[in-house]
Ligand binder design. Structure first.
Ligand code: GDP
Length: 366
């Protein structure tokens, strides 16, 4: 007998015959993972038709760090460019807790009810560090995320601010080609990301709160100078007087700044995102700005300036990337850095050596 315990007279535990191992991996998984490979033209064709699934996939390519994905993404972007540029791009910033998500949800619904198609993008370079984006998370915009005419995309998470911003800039092109006529670019008002957002939007909206001392912080950081509109949120309940007072303070402060190049004088409004009060006025202000700057030509002038800015950003990014990923540079960088730290080499001589070596490598590989 194989197991004495299986004898009827045995009083202890019985041991049953085992079963063979079941596979731990779904055998069909591989098949499902093989997503259809589209050609750039197929991507573009579907994007132009407003196919959100394909648009999302194309955005994923834009965000990918893989070389072949980037190549494909660039081809798609180039083919989409002639169909882009027709949206109104609005930057929205404010410190965490200012009410960005609540407001974007309400602003977005206001636009969608008006027949618009809205894309909500974000620039949040901190998201990689904090593991999981604090921006663009669909659950924060409950009403909007259920709308067919809204496309919500969290911030690209990889890399430097410049890299993250460039990806968002490229995503705008794809969204516009897909027929989104309004684009929001959201950012947290705590760092340098405002400048990046400012360089890709037509109108820059600053959300502020009354009585938190943020008024002055805004002035210090120069964010106020970038704002085309300052809106003071949570003007509801006991907070209405405080919000009105803050609005008056902002209006006064704005007078201290030199006039904006656009010829537009930034407006200050109060509203309540939560109670949906004062939203139409905000949209009237933006409409007025767009009309005003289209009439005096600033709108197009700014877009040209932005296009130029992104060309140089792109050149800088590419050069940097090529430099730091060059195998010869990679192999020498650490040692050279050590020499600088040990005072064996000056920073400038070290930099020149590395760059000369890089250029040398390039000419060798020709
Ligand atoms: P975010 O961090 O800038 O995205 O801010 P949220 O939209 O998450 O809002 C932060 C908090 O402020 C939440 O608890 C909201 O419910 C609240 N809040 C947002 N808008 C308003 C408003 O208009 N009035 C009031 N009383 N509370 C608001």
């Amino acid at each position: 007998m194989e197991h004495p315990e299986n004898d009827n007279t045995y009083k202890g535990l019985k041991v049953n015959q085992g079963v063979s191992d079941v596979p731990t991996v779904n055998p069909y998984l591989k098949k499902r993972l093989q997503r259809k490979q589209y050609t750039p033209s197929e991507y573009v064709e579907n994007i132009l038709k407003g196919n959100i699934t394909i648009l999302s996939q194309a955005v994923t390519l834009v965000e990918s760090a893989k070389h072949e994905h980037q190549q494909l993404a660039q081809e798609i972007i180039e083919k989409c460019l002639p169909f882009a540029g027709k949206s109104v791009r609005i930057g929205i910033t404010g410190v965490p807790g200012a009410g960005k998500s609540t407001s974007i949800d309400v602003f977005g619904m206001h636009l969608i009810k008006d027949g618009h198609k809205l894309a909500v993008l974000a620039i949040d370079p901190s998201s990689e560090r904090s593991k999981g984006s604090i921006l663009g998370d669909k659950t924060r915009m409950e009403a909007l995320s259920r709308e067919q005419n809204a496309f919500i995309r969290p911030s690209p998470s990889a890399g430097s601010l410049g890299g993250v911003a460039r990806k968002t800039r490229e995503t705008i092109v794809l969204c516009e080609a897909a027929g989104f006529d309004t684009v929001f670019v959201e950012t947290v008002g705590v760092g340098q990301s405002e400048t990046a957002v400012h360089s890709m939007v037509d109108f820059f909206l600053l959300i502020q709160l009354a009585g938190t001392g943020d008024e002055l912080q805004g002035i210090k950081r120069g964010i106020m100078e970038m704002a085309d509109g300052i809106i003071i949120n949570k003007a509801d309940g006991d907070n209405i007087d405080k919000a009105n007072l803050a609005a008056a303070q902002f209006r006064n402060a704005l007078h201290l700044f030199p006039p904006a190049e656009s010829g537009w004088f930034p407006k200050v409004l109060t509203y309540s995102g939560y109670y949906n009060v004062g939203i139409k006025e905000i949209w009237d202000m933006i409409d007025e700005y767009i009309k005003f700057t289209k009439k005096n030509g600033f709108f197009y002038c700014k877009r040209n300036e932005q296009a130029k800015y992104w060309m140089y950003e792109s050149i800088n990014d590419t050069l940097k990337d090529k430099f730091y990923h060059n195998p010869a540079v990679e192999s020498m960088l650490e040692a050279t850095e050590k020499q600088v730290l040990n005072n064996e080499l000056s920073s400038f001589v070290a930099a020149k050596r590395m760059i000369d070596m890089f250029l040398d490598e390039l000419s060798k590989n020709k």
